[in-house]
Design a protein around this ligand. Structure first.
Ligand SMILES: *Cc1c(COP(=O)(O)O)cnc(C)c1O
Length: 429
């Protein structure tokens, strides 16, 4: 057993307040400037447009359109694709609810693909298993800053002519096969919510290279009003999802800091990886060889054959060092949430679930081995751009001690084969 200095608890930077966020003079001056102009609406101000132009440039895409949340970003992406009622949209069983309810609001059926238990990401294999004649779109979520394997997913989607929406809310600037996630599928959707890699409290943005989708995305954010057209009208059903100039000013300045923030997260994650690499019973999430990860969070897989009560036990032990982690991330798969269990939608109609094929809404546990195994094992550790080597040293020591506190005597490591692909196809991390 490695000797560790008795851990002295320190306070970690928290992304819910200034200790873990990068706001400074730049954001303050931009907000002041906006207030002084008196123009807080992006249709008239300059920051909304500046944000869209610089975000498109940063991502290397033709178009970016700002909106007021990540949920709105996902909603306009779906609305742009324009499913018919009862069409199916494949998504993931492990994500933020803000990525799922827009599907229902748009009258489509969310069909859950299982995930790889090692990454909690969907794969071409799990997506294919969820496909049907009614599949209208696929939403992939790059969870925790770790890219999905897009090459296989795009091959599958392209072979059927089905558009892919990338939910990139947690994965700003992550790459796979040298390409930035969010720019590989038809549309990328991002969130600027308080805890994301860049933020303006609440906000979002969508990107695309497709001229027709760009037009629809723009309209879906703007009540479908054809600003600047010869005979403008409200062309179809759409909400006001616009961001304000105040939010745009903050995100514009935050975007300038994004590279540095991501680099710091990567540097600190690498350091933490190294410091805990020899600890038995835990394994950190790492990107595949063809990918880079931008660490929205730093995740561990906890082997409950080695650690008493697995991720829950280790989280409890970590709390005694004032290190607060989230065992099992969202606790349960999305389809176990009340809105899906009871199909609480529009009045008592259960629309659009009343139009669904039975198999599309069959949420039996056997269909989701990767989901249940992945959630069981995962421990989500905090990390952000304000972490320094001192914080990492403290977290690493806390993990080491917490593992010692919870270790099962003479334990043998559990079976590490992937329950979805048998451990052969999914990458070793
Ligand atoms: C945060 C998040 C969303 C929703 O974004 P909001 O800005 O909170 O509406 C959607 N998908 C994922 C994966 C997220 O992490």
């Amino acid at each position: 057993m490695t000797e560790v200095a008795k851990v002295k608890n320190i306070k970690l930077p928290n992304d819910q307040d200034i200790s873990g966020r990068t706001f400074g003079e730049e954001e303050l001056n931009a907000v002041k400037e906006v207030l002084e102009t008196g123009t807080l609406i992006t249709t008239k101000g300059k920051y909304g447009k500046m944000l869209e132009e610089s975000f498109a440039e940063k991502m290397g895409v033709k178009y970016a359109f700002a909106c007021n949340s990540g949920s709105a970003a996902v909603h306009v992406a779906i609305a742009a694709i324009n499913p018919n009622p009862g069409d199916e949209i494949i998504t993931t069983s492990i994500t933020d609810m803000g990525a799922l309810t827009p599907i229902i609001y748009q009258g489509a059926i969310p069909v859950f693909a299982d995930v790889c238990p090692k990454t909690l990401n969907v794969t071409a294999e799990t997506i294919e298993a969820a496909m049907s004649e009614k599949t209208k779109a696929i939403i992939v979520t790059h969870l925790f800053g770790n890219p999905c394997q897009m090459k296989e997913i795009m091959e599958l989607a392209d072979s059927k002519g089905i558009p892919v929406i990338e939910d990139t809310a947690q994965s700003f600037l992550a790459t796979v096969d040298g390409e930035k996630v969010g720019t590989i599928g038809a549309i990328g959707a991002f969130s600027f919510q308080q805890g994301k890699q860049m933020t303006t409290g609440e906000g979002g943005i969508v990107v695309t290279n497709d001229d027709d989708l760009a037009r629809r995305l723009y309209l879906c954010i703007n009540k479908a009003w054809g600003y600047g057209d010869e005979n403008p009208d409200h062309y179809f059903i759409a909400l006001n999802y616009r961001m304000t100039e105040l939010q745009a000013a903050v995100s514009y300045e935050q975007l300038k800091k994004l590279d540095a923030s991501v680099e710091q997260r990567q540097k600190m994650a690498k350091l933490l990886d190294e410091k805990i690499a020899d600890i038995e019973g835990i394994e950190s999430y790492k990107p595949a060889d063809n990918a880079t990860m931008t660490y929205w969070k730093f995740c561990l897989r906890v082997d409950d054959s080695v650690i008493k009560d697995g991720s829950v036990g280790l989280a409890g032990a970590l709390r005694t060092y004032d290190v607060f982690s989230a065992p099992r991330y969202v606790q349960k798969p999305a389809f176990r949430c009340q809105v899906f269990r009871e199909q609480n939608t529009f009045g008592d109609s259960h629309f659009p679930f009343n139009l669904a094929r039975p198999e599309a809404v069959d949420y039996s546990e056997e269909k989701f081995p990767g989901t249940f195994k992945g959630l069981h094992d995962v421990l989500v550790m905090p990390i952000n751009e304000k972490y320094t080597e001192e914080h990492i040293e403290f977290v690493a020591n806390s993990i080491r001690e917490a593992v010692n506190d919870t270790k099962i005597e003479n334990a043998e490591a559990g079976n590490k084969d992937c329950v979805v692909c048998g451990g052969n196809k999914c990458y070793e991390v």
